[in-house]
Design a binder for this molecule. Structure first.
Ligand code: GAR
Length: 195
């Protein structure tokens, strides 16, 4: 059974999907704690499942490195097999990545390497392209530049806004994330080989 710490920043709809999947006794992973860089709205999903939460805000630290060290300490308290960034909107300092990788994965609402960064969906709409996608990657020190675990194309429809497109991307992200966790747990994906 794979133990997961999930890091979020926002509403945590992907986290909720993961918690629902983990309700199935056959699902080979369990969320042991949920962390955030703020008092995230998505904590409510963890609380509903009785899963502990922790928040480490960058604004409480003088520099990113000490913030990262404090966040890492909280994560490591749970000794997770895998850390999942699920809408975590801060770049992790290199020391954190070095401590957790390759058992550190991220979901992203674009077909990487297209549209990396925090505004991937808006940028895809603005670019006027006909398709974007969703990706699950191993985290490295770049911005959404790590090895790709899985990804899928999603069409951009005439009249799509950031909100309508993101609503269609998220279910795909959830499916890719849950499948990736299954494959990692079953040994069908070896993160060490990918990284
Ligand atoms: C998701 O689409 C996730 O891929 C994206 O934030 C959303 C969070 O939604 N992450 C990034 O853009 C990271 N670069 P959620 O809080 O409802 O799960």
């Amino acid at each position: 059974m794979l133990s997961l710490v999930v890091l979020i920043s926002g509403g945590g709809s992907n986290l909720r999907a993961l918690l629902e999947a983990a309700e199935d006794a056959e699902f080979p992973a369990r969320v042991v704690a949920v962390g955030a860089d703020r008092d995230a709205e998505g904590f409510e999903h963890a609380e509903r499942y009785g899963i502990p939460t922790f928040s480490v805000a960058l604004s409480n630290f003088t520099d990113r490195e000490s913030w990262g060290d404090a966040l890492l300490e909280q994560v490591q308290l749970w000794n997770p097999d895998l850390v999942v960034l699920s809408g975590f909107m801060k770049l992790l300092p290199p020391r954190v990545v070095a401590a957790l990788a390759p058992n550190l994965i991220n979901t992203h609402p674009a077909y990487l390497p297209e549209f990396p960064g925090a505004h991937a969906v808006a940028e895809a709409v603005e670019a006027g392209v006909s398709k974007t996608g969703a990706s699950v990657i191993v985290v490295d020190n770049g911005i959404d530049s790590g090895p790709i675990i899985s990804q899928e194309r999603i069409a951009i429809l005439p009249g799509d806004t950031e909100a309508t497109l993101h609503d269609r991307i998220k279910p795909v992200e959830r499916r890719l994330l849950i499948t990736a966790i299954l494959d990692i747990a079953n040994g069908d994906i070896d993160l060490k080989e990918l990284a």
